[in-house]
Design a protein around this ligand. Structure first.
Ligand code: NAP
Length: 326
């Protein structure tokens, strides 16, 4: 009988790459999510029946218990940027993560991998970062041999970062950013997946790993790289932190009065996070210790951002035609 892994959030952006890799390793994969009917895209990652989306809400003991039964490894990829609502930071990233680890320990699961984030810090002014730290503490209290991965911002075909700004650049002459000089170390989604798989297979030593890509770049630098990739010229406008806080407050108010129908473009919590660099800290374990060579952004971005060029996939032909005319 092949081994079984339960992947909480295995249908999400990062989770699906981990699901694909665990299936390729020959494991049976249980993808535990709230809406299994919207997670059917993971089924072709394995042979028929090898990858199964199942219902689970990590806010509920009974459903976590049901999906943990018989698992040899558990990987938790559930996170949120929602500060309110039932699926909020505290419920998901602190209580939820701790619950998943507690039940894995109760059921004698051998290996536990958790996705946290760079910046996880119990003293952070950001609720996202504080609940990530609380979740890590809850996990280590229950599963001391866990592998915890803290990525910087993650990029890849389905990312919410480059895709979002590239989409904006199609229509808007200006790209508004908060924290233009804040530094990031973007990491390729499949490199994060490789690290998670090593945790589940037991080929990574237990502990915390900070995962950053090859390049460290400011937010402004990342926008320039994205604009070069989609071959558009746009003005990058830095919104000062004070003004961004006021704007975020306004957007949160709109969200409240519309009962959540109009989600904010940015929250005050995100503005607070954007004040701090998001790069691997000195002395932290990372890709080097896992023997993984991080993928460069320029090797991957054109593969999915081409659709934001003015002529889409025909841009190269247009360019060469222009050169011929000249
Ligand atoms: N993306 C990044 O740039 C980045 C950077 C640093 C750290 N991380 C961390 O990496 C992890 C994965 O991020 P991601 O971008 O892949 O997230 P994502 O795309 O939003 O995926 C979240 C997944 O969790 C599931 N989920 C949400 N709430 C749940 C609940 N209460 N119970 C069970 N499943 C639930 C979702 O499916 P349903 O909605 O069907 O439940 C989905 O499969 C998160 O912990 C995130 O904080 C991400």
């Amino acid at each position: 009988m092949s081994k079984l892994v339960t992947i909480h959030g295995g249908s999400g952006f990062v989770g699906r790459y981990i699901t694909r890799r665990m299936a390729a390793e020959g494991w049976r994969v249980r993808v535990a999510v709230r809406r299994p009917n919207e997670a059917l895209h993971v089924k072709p990652y394995g042979t028929p029946g090898q990858v199964e989306p199942v219902f689970c809400n990590i806010r509920d003991d009974a459903s976590v218990r049901a999906v943990t039964r018989g698992a040899d490894a558990v990987i938790n990829c559930v996170g949120t940027f929602d500060r309110g609502g039932r699926n909020n930071y505290h419920a998901v990233q602190d209580e939820g993560a701790t619950r998943v680890a507690r039940i894995a320990a109760e059921q004698g699961v051998a290996r536990f991998v958790h996705l946290s984030a760079i910046g996880a810090d119990a003293d952070s002014p950001s609720g996202y970062a504080r609940t990530k730290a609380a979740g890590e503490a809850g996990i280590l209290a229950n599963m001391p041999e866990a592998v915890i991965l803290r990525p910087s911002i993650v990029f890849g075909r389905e990312d919410q970062f480059f895709n979002r700004f590239a989409r904006m650049a199609r229509f808007s002459p200006v790209l508004p950013v908060v924290g233009a000089e804040t530094r990031f170390q973007p990491v390729f989604v499949d490199d994060v997946a490789k690290a998670a798989v090593m945790g589940a297979l037991g080929t990574a030593r237990p502990g915390i790993y900070e995962l950053g890509g090859r390049e460290i770049e400011t937010f402004r630098g990342l926008m320039r790289l994205m604009l070069r990739t989609i071959r558009r010229r746009r003005l990058i406008a830095n919104i000062p932190f004070g003004i961004a806080m006021v704007m975020a407050y306004g957007m949160e108010l709109v969200q409240t009065v519309t009962f959540g129908f109009v989600p904010p473009q940015i929250t005050r919590d995100q503005v607070r996070s954007l004040r701090v660099d998001n790069v691997v800290a000195d002395g932290q374990r990372g890709f080097d210790d896992l023997g993984i060579e991080p993928t460069a952004m320029e090797a991957v971005l054109p593969e999915y951002l081409w659709r934001f060029r003015s002529s889409g996939q025909y841009e190269a032909i247009h360019e060469s035609a222009r050169n011929l005319k000249g």
